[in-house]
Design a protein around this ligand. Sequence first.
Ligand code: DQA
Length: 167
Amino acid sequence: MTIEPTRAAGFPVRTENPHRSGEPRRVWVLNGVNLGRLGTREPDIYGATTHSALADSLVALGADLGLAVEVRQTDEEAAMVRWLHAAADDAIPVVLNPAAWSHYSIALRDAVAQRTADLIEVHISNVHTREEFRHHSVISAVATGVIAGLGVEGYAAALRFIAARPA
Ligand code: DQA
């Protein structure tokens, strides 16, 4: 959805996304192991938002930002690796929550290292305030950047960053 700038008093002005020439840019939000259980999984840590509610809100935000957002989740590492290869082949920016794989999966890191577009690593919780084994991510060094501890808002922040980047 595009909201044209308006000079009407009292109305917020939203300028058109500069990249919206023709088709909206594709962005994939890829969620790893156990994140399909958001909403019921340790809500004190991960919040009450379900994965499907999160997906709906990110698709809607993407439409506002001029992005065609697709949200996927898998508990299978091989499936995630295949998605990362496909994103690299088509230069699709990715918002990735590698979940527990962040902390040990060299296979995922090697797939992320092949990226040909921005890839933002997102963690819902602040992993640095939690158990020590969560303090290190093998993904971070090959990501564009990392967002942690903002709750599910972190995904929205990542989409806004990508929307503002040159295509
Ligand atoms: C997580 C943090 C990881 O340590 C954990 O294994 C997850 C979720 C987060 O979003 O905060 O599954 O990536």
